[in-house]
Design a protein around this ligand. Structure first.
Ligand code: SF4
Length: 460
């Protein structure tokens, strides 16, 4: 068993039986669920909106090269610099080199899962460059020394009491600090950092092809400050984040807000077309955009799973997933957790290490039902499993036992050859371990359904 898989099993087991964790996550998700109903209310025809969102992203994914070329041409025309990064190491290296050239000592960063993907904070730390998270949730997990727990809500696993305690330990604030007090405390702390930072780093929710712009959506204004106060702005975005036109934001902005946080529209929405132009009063002097590939082409190659690149990272599938809700975000040990993470991670980080995530699913299909861009997530997990078998990643003996099972189960008479007692002993021998110590194995009844049927209706 691979050690990552082993760790996943251990961490999942621990979290699944941590009742305090469960109640915090359920509390936060219940608040999300109540808000989402209101957010979705703004659509007169939600299904039509989701269909359109699916079709547009589908078109983009199937013509990614064309849209990227169009995007880059417009972005460079206004003085933006593109950095193509084939993997996380090269992305981090390029960013560190820009920072070193500018002798940057302090970086302010707004929430970005892509920067998590390239482990930017660790790279900056190694080079003795201070990198400060400015999104409140990210700031909380940063000072706690943790990774984000959720792609939209990084500190979802913490209660307000946990956070008050954390701030008390780190900054000696009152133990009974309210969320309002903590928010204002962090705001005060960050203000001077925005002013003195050398470089601001952000992610990007969409790349708009027909105007060459990066679109950044956030609720706290910290993204806006990170990109506009320092002299240099670096955005890191996955190549799949393209949408064809500025007018498509009409659709994607409300969808992302409704499904992500239950808002009608996110509070701050910025469209950045490059560095400050002549005659403009604000904005950075230089802007770099790191376009991250990092094995996205591996997903693009797959006829079925490529649709997963349509994801707009709203986090709805995580909130819906019974597995995520039980084992929590950290157990996945990946940047992208939950159903979407389970679909893409085996391809982004390697089947050998992350194949098990394709099986971390009950196939209830709720993730597919809630996805605003209609990604058939649970189907894709089945395709992942199929690929993993075809690529030889099944467990030793699995194929043999499946074939035996198929042979045995395909003929009723064969199944009825054995008594109930023998069948139950067989079940115990084969399934007891995988069934686990906390559940009781179902037992065969005295008579099979077939026997009862014929007893009632006659014949055999
Ligand atoms: S797969 Fe769908 S539901 Fe999940 S994060 Fe992406 S867009 Fe949201």
């Amino acid at each position: 068993m691979h050690e990552i898989y082993e760790k996943f099993l251990q961490d999942s087991e621990k979290k699944a039986f941590d009742l305090e964790h469960r109640s915090k996550v359920n509390f936060n998700i219940s608040k999300y669920n109540a808000a989402v109903i209101k957010g979705k209310d703004q659509f007169s025809n939600l299904e039509l909106a989701r269909d359109r969102a699916f079709i547009i992203k589908h078109k983009v994914i199937n013509n990614l090269e064309k849209y990227l070329i169009e995007f880059v041409a417009f972005f460079e025309k206004r003085g933006g610099k593109i950095i193509w990064a084939v993997d996380k190491e090269s992305a981090a290296k390029e960013i560190v080199s820009i920072l070193k050239k500018q002798e940057a000592r302090l970086v302010v960063k707004s929430k970005s899962m892509t920067s998590e993907e390239i482990e930017l904070n660790e790279a900056l730390e190694k080079n003795e460059i201070e990198c400060l998270e400015t999104d409140l949730g990210e700031y909380i997990v940063q000072i706690a020394g943790e990774k984000p727990y959720h792609i939209v809500t990084p500190a979802m696993h913490k209660s307000k009491e946990d956070i008050a305690q954390l701030f008390n330990e780190k900054f000696n604030t009152p133990l009974e600090s309210t969320p309002e007090y903590i928010t204002s405390f962090v705001r005060q702390k960050l203000r001077s950092k925005f002013i003195s930072a050398d470089v601001g780093i952000t992610g990007g929710n969409f790349l708009i092809a027909d105007i060459g712009a990066v679109c950044i959506t956030e609720n706290e204004g910290n993204g806006l400050l990170s990109m506009s106060m320092p002299k240099t702005h670096i955005a890191i975005v996955g190549i799949e984040k393209i949408i064809p036109s500025l007018t498509d934001l009409n659709l994607y902005w409300p969808l992302l807000a409704s499904f992500g946080t239950g808002q009608k529209i996110t509070v701050y929405n910025s469209i950045v077309t490059g560095p400050r132009q002549e005659g403009e009063t604000d904005g950075p002097e230089k802007m770099y955009l790191v376009l991250l590939e990092n094995k996205r082409s591996e997903v693009l190659k797959l006829e079925k799973q490529r649709v997963a690149l349509s994801c707009i990272r709203c986090g709805a599938c995580l909130n819906a997933c019974p597995i995520y809700r039980n084992i929590g975000g950290h157990a996945y040990n990946t940047t992208y957790s939950g159903p979407i993470g389970s679909v893409i991670t085996p391809h982004l980080k390697g089947m050998n290490e992350y194949n098990h995530l394709s099986y971390a699913c009950s196939l209830c299909g709720y993730c597919t039902q809630v996805c605003p861009v209609k990604i058939p997530l649970h189907d894709l997990l089945l395709h992942n499993r199929n690929d993993s078998v075809n690529e030889g990643f099944s467990k030793p003996g699995e194929k043999k036992s499946m074939n035996m099972m198929k042979k045995f189960l395909s003929k009723r008479k064969r199944m009825d050859m054995f008594s109930m007692r023998v069948k139950n002993i067989g079940m115990k021998m084969v399934f007891k371990k995988v069934w686990g110590p906390r559940r009781e194995l179902p037992k065969f009844a005295k008579k099979s359904f077939r026997e009862m049927w014929f007893e009632k209706n006659g014949g055999n």
